[in-house]
Design a protein around this ligand. Sequence first.
Ligand code: LMR
Length: 341
Amino acid sequence: ILLISSNVCYNHIYFDIIGQIGYALVPMIARGLMLGPDQPVILHMLDIEPAAEALEAVKMELADSAFSLLKGVLATTDVVEACNGVDIALMVGGFPRKDGMERKDVMKKNVAIYKAQASALEQHAAANCKVVVVANPANTNALILREFAPSIPPKNITCLTRLDHNRALGQISEKLNVPVSSVKNVIVWGNHSSTQYPDANHAIIVDPGSGRERSAREMVADDNWLKTEFQTIVRQRGAAIIKARKLSSALSAASAVCDHMRDWILGTPKGTWVSMGVCSDGSYGIEPGLLYSFPVTCRKGQWSIVQGLNIDEFSRARMDATAKELAEEKLMAYSCLQVEK
Ligand code: LMR
């Protein structure tokens, strides 16, 4: 597993404990929360040169934790060494969004980083390496990575919207005062940005005793809340956390990365779908090739977009709006790269 970690800052490079998400993520992986309790892992941690000493400290802490599944740790600032033979790449590093910044502001920095990292993965990762991009703008960074790592199967390059999906589950659970484990099949469509469309129209509440399933929309019985407050809370949650913490979300992001990879590799539970940013095949009228978040089920390491869901007018407009933003981001990313050249 490759973990690319640091946050690269505007005109200088800074580092905070191998990146907040990375620091939260490594013990989760080493405890088997990502690949299950029987799967040994070898961790490659890549960071930037000024972070080398702190990265060594994380390696020491991992040794001190005596994780039985952890069979090896490579801590390096050499991208070639880091990418060599990896089966899974967790792309956490990037220029971080600060309070008051829109995602577009970080685009220019990050697409250049992702183009460079694509070449390293292309040349040195395992042929079937599975990639999840976390750093923002996550969908567009993943799209750039896909374009510049053409030998990695396009289906293997994804971005994280599971964090938004989990946030939506959490809000429904709070609203109905039911355990979050009884809520399933929300959807986050589109971009991991404030234009995303959190959709509870198909969500289900499972009674923990009887197993009986009920429509979340019927149980909430407040379409206005689902169309307004629910939307705002989920879409703006990342910004709210940055404002309160002065740092972007870390433990929830790390946990969502584990959920994303676990479900992709080990499969989604029967009757359950999750949201993943994947390469559009034109499903639901979304431009083919866009890295768009869809409801997916996973089996044997492959995701498939859930088909045949009924899309009402309200949903259609929002799904199209977030697709439009992604198409614009794609153009902007290309123009940034041309400027860089
Ligand atoms: C999040 O959703 O918490 C992160 O992507 C941070 C952000 O920029 O919103």
